[in-house]
Write a protein that binds this ligand. Structure first.
Ligand SMILES: [Zn+2]
Length: 422
């Protein structure tokens, strides 16, 4: 557990320690998105155990199913994790004709879903944190925006609690849909939850690194509990280490967490020798990539590390923490992934899911802060999931790239293969 988690819990639950900044948070998004059975928000609990997905959605011809949770009220001026991110992706999908308007039943947007219940969230987070965040909304309504010191920086507005439940619920609904489709087809649609706030840094006891609830961790537990999918393989290719997901499953033999991230980047966790402990020994794989690693490096990592790890583990479902901040144009880090790298990753992960787990595969949006490279890369990921050619060359500019640290990458791959007997 990270020391920061205790601090985070403390700052959320003790209003005296909160630093208040005047902002203009709004709650209109929530009001517009309340759907069936959404009393779970106001009464804090939802004892129903029904799936989040309505089975009347036609999935027979679908290749991609996605949900959108832009969290418009969760925003801080000039913060990279802004409420412009998801709309930028949605606009790009429309312009590039990658949505239901242009594709009929091939691409489905799952529009009606419920926020995650507190019961589902507390399978991953401490109840005191979840209820403390709900309570902190009263302060946020008076003060505008709340900042959590030393957490990334992470902020909260008056709608953050509800927006975070909606984001997690949008992921659970896609899991429901993909699992339902996999019962009728060997090639179910791939899922993509276009959600924020992101989740992979959030720890059991608090928010961290722009993340509020661990969306993918909540989905992993949900897939096990509701759908009986015992073995979950999580691939996290965000440029930062997914410490929250890592911590949640570090001692769990049924959930494999594989993270590639830039060596030395925030939050500094995810060292190569961290392999899990107790029953979970061997089911955490951390591969820090030297700065400058790019497309060539990641292709090698996929073939030599990700594929054999997944084959060895034999998952029932693959979940993906899809962060796009490893892009060469992203302002927050210094890897050299390209739009084409993200196409390759999505195409190969889809193939892996087809070979290993009935095609069950769901992507969860994590980071990605250059709106252009983010939206182009997600669009090209959609093309990969559709089985269509990449259009990355229209966006990627080789002039931005420099030589990758091939010797250091080779050494890191050899080391991780030796540690994990791959
Ligand atoms: Zn990130």
């Amino acid at each position: 557990m990270l020391p920061l988690s205790e601090h985070s819990l403390c700052t959320w639950t003790n209003p005296l320690k909160l630093r208040f900044f005047i902002g203009h948070a709004r709650n209109s998004f929530l009001k517009n998105h309340i759907s069936r059975r959404n009393c779970s928000i106001s009464c804090s609990t939802n004892l129903e155990m029904e799936p989040y997905f309505s089975s009347d959605v036609q999935l027979t011809n679908a290749k991609v199913i996605y949900s959108v949770a832009p969290a418009k009220g969760h925003n801080q001026e000039s913060h990279p994790e802004s409420n412009l991110r998801v709309p930028a992706i949605v606009d790009a999908l429309d312009k590039m004709e990658l949505n239901p308007k242009h594709r009929g039943l091939e691409i489905i947007e799952l529009k009606h879903f419920n926020p995650a219940s507190v019961e589902d969230v507390i399978n991953v987070h401490e109840k005191a944190y979840v209820l403390g965040l709900e309570k902190a909304m009263e302060k946020a309504s008076q003060q505008g925006i709340l900042l959590i010191e030393g957490s990334g920086p992470t902020y909260a507005t008056v709608s953050t609690f509800q927006d975070s439940l909606i984001a997690a619920g949008a992921g659970l609904a896609i899991v429901d849909a993909v699992v339902a489709a996999s019962k009728n087809s060997p090639e179910p649609p791939c899922g993509f939850a276009l959600i924020r706030p992101p989740g992979h840094h959030a720890v059991s006891a608090g928010p961290m690194g722009f993340c509020v609830f661990g969306n993918i961790a909540i989905a992993a537990r949900y897939a096990q509990r509701i759908h009986g999918l015992k073995r979950v393989f999580i691939i996290d290719f965000d440029v930062h280490h997914g410490n929250g997901t890592h911590d949640a499953f570090y001692e769990d033999s049924d959930i494999y967490f594989l993270s590639t991230h830039q060596d030395g980047s925030y939050p500094g966790t995810g060292k190569i020798h961290e392999v899990g402990c107790g029953l979970g020994e061997g089911t955490s794989l951390n591969l820090p990539l030297p700065g400058g690693s790019g497309d060539i490096s990641m292709r090698r990592v996929f073939d030599e590390v990700i594929v054999p790890s997944a084959q060895k583990f034999k998952p029932d479902i693959i979940l993906v923490s899809a962060g796009y901040d490893g892009h060469v144009l992203d302002p927050l880090a210094s890897l050299q992934f390209t739009t084409g790298t993200y196409y390759m990753l999505a195409a190969h992960i889809k193939q892996l899911a087809k070979e290993l787990c009935g095609g069950r595969c769901v992507f969860f949006l994590e980071g990605g802060y250059n709106l252009e490279s983010l939206s182009y890369s997600v669009a090209d990921s959609f093309r990969a999931l559709l089985g269509e050619p990449s259009r990355a060359s229209e966006f990627d500019n080789p002039a931005f790239l420099y030589e990758e640290p091939s010797t250091r990458i080779k050494q890191a791959i050899q080391k991780v293969k030796a540690i994990h007997s791959l």
